[in-house]
Design a binder for this molecule. Structure first.
Ligand SMILES: NC(=O)c1ccc[n+]([C@@H]2O[C@H](COP(=O)([O-])OP(=O)(O)OC[C@H]3O[C@@H](n4cnc5c(N)ncnc54)[C@H](OP(=O)(O)O)[C@@H]3O)[C@@H](O)[C@H]2O)c1
Length: 288
C-alpha cells in the first residue's frame, strides 16, 4: 500500500484528492490546525513519524487580493511552507508533488504558456507561488511542480459557486470579459495528479488545467445556461465588462491559458472545461 500525505486536505483540491486515491494508495490528510506547514519543526516531525512515500502539497495562501496587503503571510505559506515540506520529504526519501498557479505569468502572451516560459508574476500571490516552486525544486530533486488555473469545486468558495448564488440574488451580474484562462475542476486536477504519479512522471514543472479557454464572462454565462432549466426564477442577466471597470487590489494576467501538451503526452488528453463544469453545477443544484 502506497502512503500519500495530502496537506491542505480541507481545501478544494485536498478534498478531491482525499476522495479519489487509486487502488493500492492510502491518503493521510492534514490541514490547519493539526499541521501548519510554516512550522518547519512540526513538518519534519510529522513526516518522520508518518513516513509517506509521497507528499502532495495542496496547502496554500490562496486569497489573491488579500495577499497584496498581507504579503508576509502569503510568503510564509506559499514560499516557506512549501520549502519546509520539500526539505522534509527529501529527508525521508518521499516524492513531493507541489501545486502552483497560472498567476506566475504576466499574461502578455497570446498563445498557451509552456512550462519553461519565463514567469513574471503581476502580484504578491503569484510571486509567493513562484518562489515556492523554486524552493521546492531546489530542495527536492524528484519534485513535481504542477501549475493549474481557475480552480473550482462543489466545496469551499470559488467563482462558480459565487456566480450561481449571485445570479439568484442580484438583478444583473457584471463580469470581466477580457481575462482569458481555463476553468479547471478540482476533480479533474486530482485525477491528473494521481495519473502523473502512476506514470512515474520525470521531475520538473507540468501544466494542467481542463481543456479549452474562456473568459470569466464566458464561464459565468456557461454556469447560467446550466442552471437555467433548474431554477424557479430566471437568473440575472450577465453583462460583459472590462478589467478596468472592476478594479481589484491584485493585477491579474489578461491571458493565462496553460500549454498541457507534455502533461497530456504522459496521462492522456483532458476534458473540455464545459464537461466537468456541468457535473459540478448539477451536483450543486441537486444538493440545494
Ligand atoms: N483556487 C484557484 O483558483 C487556484 C488556481 C491556481 C492554482 N491554485 C493552487 O492550487 C492549490 C490548491 O488550491 P485550492 O483552491 O484547493 O486552495 P484552498 O481551497 O484555499 O485550500 C488550501 C488549504 O490550505 C490550508 N492552509 C492555509 N495555510 C496553511 C498552513 N499554513 N498550513 C497548512 N494548511 C494551510 C487552508 O486552510 P484555511 O482555509 O484555514 O486557510 C485550506 O484548507 C494551491 O496551491 C493553489 O495555490 C489554486
Amino acid at each position: 500500500m502506497r502512503s500519500v500525505l495530502v496537506t491542505g486536505c480541507k481545501g478544494q483540491l485536498g478534498i478531491e484528492l482525499s476522495r479519489s486515491p487509486p487502488a493500492g494508495t492510502e491518503t493521510h490528510g492534514v490541514d490547519l490546525p493539526e499541521l501548519d506547514i510554516t512550522d518547519a519543526t512540526a513538518v519534519m516531525r510529522h513526516l518522520e513519524s508518518l513516513r509517506p512515500q509521497v507528499v502532495i502539497n495542496c496547502a496554500a495562501y490562496t486569497a489573491v487580493d488579500r495577499a497584496e496587503s498581507d504579503a508576509d503571510a502569503a510568503f510564509r505559506v506559499n514560499r516557506d511552507g512549501a520549502r519546509n515540506l520539500a526539505l522534509a520529504a527529501t529527508r525521508i526519501g518521499a516524492r513531493i508533488v507541489h501545486i502552483s498557479t497560472d498567476f506566475v505569468f504576466d499574461g502578455c502572451k497570446s498563445s498557451p504558456y509552456l512550462p519553461d516560459d519565463a514567469p513574471s508574476p503581476l502580484g504578491v500571490y503569484g510571486q509567493s507561488k513562484l518562489e515556492g516552486e523554486r524552493g521546492v525544486l531546489d530542495a527536492a530533486a524528484s519534485a513535481l511542480v504542477v501549475r493549474t488555473a481557475w480552480l473550482y469545486s462543489a466545496h469551499g468558495s470559488n467563482f462558480v459557486k459565487t456566480m450561481l448564488r449571485l445570479m439568484q440574488e442580484k438583478p444583473e451580474l457584471r463580469v470581466v470579459a477580457d481575462q482569458i484562462g481555463t476553468p479547471t475542476a478540482a476533480t479533474s486536477l486530482a485525477r491528473a495528479l494521481w495519473a502523473l504519479l502512476e506514470a512515474n512522471a520525470p521531475a520538473g514543472i507540468y501544466h494542467f488545467s481542463d481543456a479549452g479557454a474562456a473568459s470569466w464572462y464566458d464561464l459565468a454565462c456557461a454556469v447560467r445556461e446550466l442552471a437555467l432549466p433548474h431554477l424557479a426564477a430566471t437568473p440575472a442577466p450577465i453583462v460583459p465588462i472590462r478589467t478596468q471597470d472592476y478594479p481589484t487590489p491584485a493585477r491579474r494576467p489578461a491571458y493565462s491559458v496553460l500549454d498541457k501538451t507534455a502533461t497530456w503526452a504522459l496521462i492522456g488528453n483532458g476534458r473540455h472545461w464545459r464537461e466537468p463544469l456541468a457535473e459540478v453545477v448539477n451536483a450543486l443544484l441537486a444538493a440545494r
